[in-house]
Design a protein around this ligand. Sequence first.
Ligand code: HEM
Length: 135
Amino acid sequence: MSEEVTTYLTYAETKEHSDRDDLYMVIHGKVYDCTKFVDEHPGGEEVLTEVGGVDATDVFEDVGHSDEARKILDDLFVADLHPDEVVVSTKAAPSGGSSSSSSSSGSSFLVLISLVVLGVAGYFAYQQTVANSSE
Ligand code: HEM
């Protein structure tokens, strides 16, 4: 008979693995064992040991790691962080879509149109003034 065991780690447990030779870190609520990856990390070992045993989500996302880097994470997965301790980061992983710029480009188009209209109106007002003064 097998019992289903859901393994969670707490921050306290994760902190027990904060040395270069035994290095866990938390990214997006999951705990990763980076011990074997320290030597291979293109960004160097120091940045990894600095976040040993703690949450590295923000620094990981700030670097803008590639999909390749995220695939490596899958191999390093150890356990989920205990749900009571998960804090959702404001730095979401990139979704791949880029639909956010449409509203801002729409408003700059309106500003451009307004400037053109003002320019044309100003030109006609100027012409009118010149015509009036030469009569
Ligand atoms: C286990 C977690 C991590 C993995 C699997 C990982 C993986 C990688 C990979 C594959 C690259 C090459 C570029 C890319 O594909 O994005 C990279 C670059 C880099 N990583 Fe990480 N990384 C991890 C954690 C971190 C952390 C916590 C930091 C802290 C700041 C960091 C800082 C950097 C930097 C600065 C580079 C750029 C190196 C360069 O281009 O010179 N990484 N990482």
